[in-house]
Design a binder for this molecule. Structure first.
Ligand code: ATP
Length: 235
């Protein structure tokens, strides 16, 4: 469904992604694993059109998206929930949810159905709908960031470090949410510091080191890989 082919990305003259290729199949949960600075966020930003690759191609559902504008990429159904949530502290929960639906992929659920759906997934957001985002807990803010993304009606949802700063109980809830979204048919590309969690949620994974994919395999195999264990699973 989503395919990156020999992507090269630079910041100014500094090349940080050196010919990356990866695939995410329809309905799959795929995780991109790597240490700080490996290029995970850069890869997601390139897919969502916030950065342009200097070479290589990106296709989604068979069509090139690497030359499309970010709003066009959302309209195709590729939606990025950024690291750090990037909410507007003075805007309410309801306003964020409305905002997420302004540029949406057309098809499937209507706007009103999506509002009901995100409230069903995250009942606390309905309770807090008139509260400003800046006054929510970290876990609630992450739910709101995901809800805003879901309002764009994604076929493929990219989550960047969703568990960052969450209490353990919220991490469990987040894992349940990701499973629910997968069951709802959404393809997921997950970047997550908690590699054990990511590999338990994912079908397949790619290990990125300084801008290059060094290992790719099923999540089960990666969980047992001695290199992955040593570098990312604290074994
Ligand atoms: P983290 O988990 O720390 O976010 P990451 O794997 O997502 O790590 P990136 O944020 O994609 O890594 O960074 C990849 C490389 O690009 C790093 O060396 C980083 O310093 C550099 N980099 C990231 N953003 C910029 C920028 N705006 N300008 C210049 N260099 C950048």
């Amino acid at each position: 469904m989503l395919e990156l082919n020999d992507i090269v990305v630079r910041y100014g003259r500094r090349e940080v992604i050196h010919g990356l290729s990866m695939k995410v199949g329809a309905g799959e949960v795929v995780t991109l694993v790597g240490s700080n600075g490996a290029g995970k966020t850069t890869t997601l930003k390139t897919i969502s059109g916030l950065l342009r690759p200097v070479s290589g191609t990106i296709t989604f559902a068979g069509e090139r998206i690497d030359t499309a504008q970010p709003h066009e990429i959302i309209a195709r159904g590729v939606v990025h929930v950024p690291e750090g949530r990037l909410l507007f502290p003075d805007m309410t929960v309801r306003e964020h949810i409305e905002l997420g639906g302004i540029r949406a992929h057309v098809g499937g659920r209507s706007h009103a159905e999506r509002v009901d759906w995100v409230h069903e997934l995250f009942p606390i957001l309905q309770e807090r709908r008139d509260q400003k985002a800046g006054t929510l807990s970290g876990g609630q803010q992450q739910m709101l960031a995901i809800a805003r993304g879901l309002m764009a009606n994604p076929r493929c949802l990219m989550l960047d470090e969703p568990s960052l700063g969450l209490a353990p109980i919220m991490v469990d809830l987040l894992a349940d949410t990701i499973r629910n979204l997968h069951e709802a048919g959404i393809t997921i590309l997950l970047v997550e510091q908690r590699v054990d969690l990511a590999l338990r949620l994912a079908h397949r994974g790619y290990v990125l080191e300084t801008g290059r994919i060094v290992i790719e395999d099923s999540a089960d195999v990666l969980l047992q890989d001695p290199r992955v264990k040593a570098a990312y699973l604290g074994a």
